[in-house]
Design a protein around this ligand. Sequence first.
Ligand code: IPD
Ligand code: CA
Ligand code: CA
Length: 257
Amino acid sequence: MDRFDVALEMITAAGAVLRQCHLKQTEIGQKTGPQDLVTFWDRKIERQLRSAIQAAFPQDSIVGEEYPPEESCGGSVTWYLDPIDGTTNFVNQHRNYAISVGCWEGGTPLFGLVLDVERQELYWAKHGGGAWQDDRPLQVSPCREIAEMLLTTPGIQYTFLEPHPRQQQLLRLAQNVRAVRSLGSVALELCEVAAGRADAFVTMRSSPWDHNAARIILEEAGGAIFTMEGAPLPLNQKSTVLGLNHADLKDQFLREA
Ligand code: IPD
Ligand code: CA
Ligand code: CA
């Protein structure tokens, strides 16, 4: 099996585990506070994903949310794992959460998979092979007018309500777009832009495991991704993120935002 096949098999198995699980109150913990949760299942799924990768590709590096990074044993491939993206949704709604698996060779994308666990919809892309939702090709929206755009952001509180250097600009943007939506998962929201159901994505906080799978899917669907400063999105550090249905919109968007 190649890396993509291993990823597909392990994400499918992990999705089945999460759909069948019964989350208990005692399995829910806080990291930095009540807005930052982790569950027994986040850790269990990440261990399951890591074991599958290590068994098949022991030379690869692994960067996941819940455990320290696994350094490469001489290889150049890195996996980025978010076992549950949207843990708050997992806890409060038991829907609208994803498993995210991105695979890169150095700075070159290999493939990304984002599984919407409860809908059983798989977003995926191989570098140069287009983007897909199950067996349907994905294409970003053709919308180029900010006034007609649907903007998605995973954290209303820290995008618009917390003070940060771009707060006033983002508030102005929110007033100028057609509507703002928040699903509560970086990975799923970037896939919404890839699928043409949203036109742009912003967040002031994202980590490599949140976006390094979905960014491949967005770019393969015709979209573009930057930091909120308009710079290339880094692969290995936390960052702001601007996801767009077209790279040409960047300057207009950053002026507005
Ligand atoms: C979080 C979700 C959330 C976003 C946070 C992420 P987690 O990931 O994507 O929507 O606002 O920035 O950290 O903690 O559920 O994996
Ligand atoms: Ca996440
Ligand atoms: Ca997570």
